[in-house]
Ligand binder design. Structure first.
Ligand code: NAD
Ligand code: GLY
Length: 371
């Protein structure tokens, strides 16, 4: 199909880059979505076996109009492989193919492929251009936008990486049709996130349209992706390197990253950990007198309706605190949480350990040790 597909665009502007997020159904097969990208003899599509089998050949055929050689690389699937060894597979491929410093990388997949491909692009020959082609809801509403790239370390999530912006983000909403239901729910966690931190009218909309989103209604998904990208683009435009405001995008993530690392990467999906983490962070906000318990209950209800866990896993209190002290927002060993100061407005604050553990205990099947 070469006819232009119905689509919208959101522009991200940072001090050193400006790029579009194209959003629409059928963009993989829409030639206009791929025009105007950096010219290069070679392109490499980085994906994983599942996504490559579904969409790799179509993207390869489309990109063949722009690059003389287009190769495809499959990384092993899943969060457990977001590591040095897998990153090195990208460098091995680029060198084996004789890729030069103009080669364009295309990240075709979810946040794991996107974060790793972006980091490889940031560092291969000191930087080559890359394009995000997100195929999960989570990647379309969050991870493909804003230039955070990297890998995990056994001691902490996303501990090694770089800020490196893509040339373009192409969100083909049609790819969400093949997404497993559990992954759709995981993506909804990051959609819900934007309400409490920035836009309560959007939270109202999500509550009203959650059933449509779960049923993959095309119009509902298009609105959710576009509004999420608008909010993220606005925040990233103001604070690309997370000197301040961008940290609000990590609402629920301090608890969530502790769950992911503590339970073993891949046991809880990132979005599941963030969903539960948002409930814990809202509870902590209430414990510190910022929001009322009705707000916590409202958020917990929505997270649960989205098919996400709201009960924290059983972990000793000391382990929770250790894992959270490894968070990138911690300073001088003090954990700093993204909290909801008032609905629609987030702030970053430390909190007493005992208050944090009590907040976890209120949403945990097993009381953390030390509460
Ligand atoms: P993921 O990349 O692991 O993808 C989830 C699963 O869905 C995978 O098994 C994948 O093969 C499969 N899949 C992807 N697209 C599919 C499709 N269209 N049809 C069928 N199956 C498909 O997980 P994710 O939730 O997309 O991303 C999570 C990662 O994103 C985490 O590592 C997290 O740290 C990162 N993240 C990064 C940022 C950022 O700003 N860079 C923001 C949020 C999350
Ligand atoms: N997902 C958090 C951020 O991009 O800053």
């Amino acid at each position: 199909m070469n006819a232009a597909t119905a689509r919208t665009a959101v522009t991200v502007t940072t001090p050193h880059s400006r790029y579009d997020i194209l959003i629409g159904a059928g963009l993989l097969a829409d030639a206009t979505a791929w025009q105007g990208l950096p010219a290069a003899t070679q392109a490499v599509i980085v994906s994983n076996p599942t996504v490559d089998a579904l969409y790799g050949p179509a993207l390869q055929a489309m990109l063949s109009a722009h690059h003389a050689r287009v190769s495809r690389l499959q990384l092993p699937e899943g969060e457990a492989h977001k590591d040095w060894a897998t990153l090195n597979l990208i460098f091995d491929h680029l060198l084996a193919q004789g890729c030069d410093r103009k080669t364009v990388l295309y990240a075709l997949g979810g946040g794991v492929v996107g974060d790793m491909t972006g980091f490889a692009a940031a560092s291969y020959m000191r930087g080559v251009p890359f394009v995000q082609v997100p195929t999960t809801l989570l990647a379309q509403v969050d991870s493909s936008v804003g230039g955070k790239t990297g890998i995990n370390h056994p001691r902490g999530k996303n501990m090694i990486g770089a800020f490196y912006q893509p040339q373009r983000v192409v969100c083909d909403l049609a790819t969400l049709a093949s997404l497993p239901a559990r992954e759709l729910s995981a993506g909804l966690a990051e959609v819900i996130k934007y309400g409490p931190i920035a836009d309560m009218a959007f939270l109202d909309w999500i509550e009203a349209h959650l059933d449509a989103l779960l049923a993959r209604d095309a119009a509902a998904l298009a609105h959710a992706v576009r509004r999420s990208c608008e909010i993220k683009a606005e925040v990233v435009g103001e604070d690309e390197r997370e000197g301040g405001r961008r940290a609000i995008l990590n609402f629920g993530h301090t608890f969530g990253h502790a769950i992911e690392a503590g339970m073993g990467y891949g046991q809880w999906l990132h979005g599941e950990a963030v969903g539960c983490g948002m409930v814990l962070a809202a509870e902590l906000s209430a414990a510190l007198g910022m929001v009322d318990t009705a707000f916590v209950q409202r958020l917990a209800r929505l997270v649960e309706r989205a098919g996400l866990p709201v009960r924290a896993p059983a972990m000793a209190g000391a382990r929770w605190l250790d894992l959270m002290r490894a968070d990138k927002k911690a300073q001088g060993g003090e954990i700093r949480f993204v909290l909801i100061e008032s609905p629609g407005h987030a702030v970053m604050r430390p909190a007493p350990d005992a208050t944090v553990l009590r907040a976890i205990a209120r949403h945990s099947a097993t009381l953390p040790e030390g509460t």
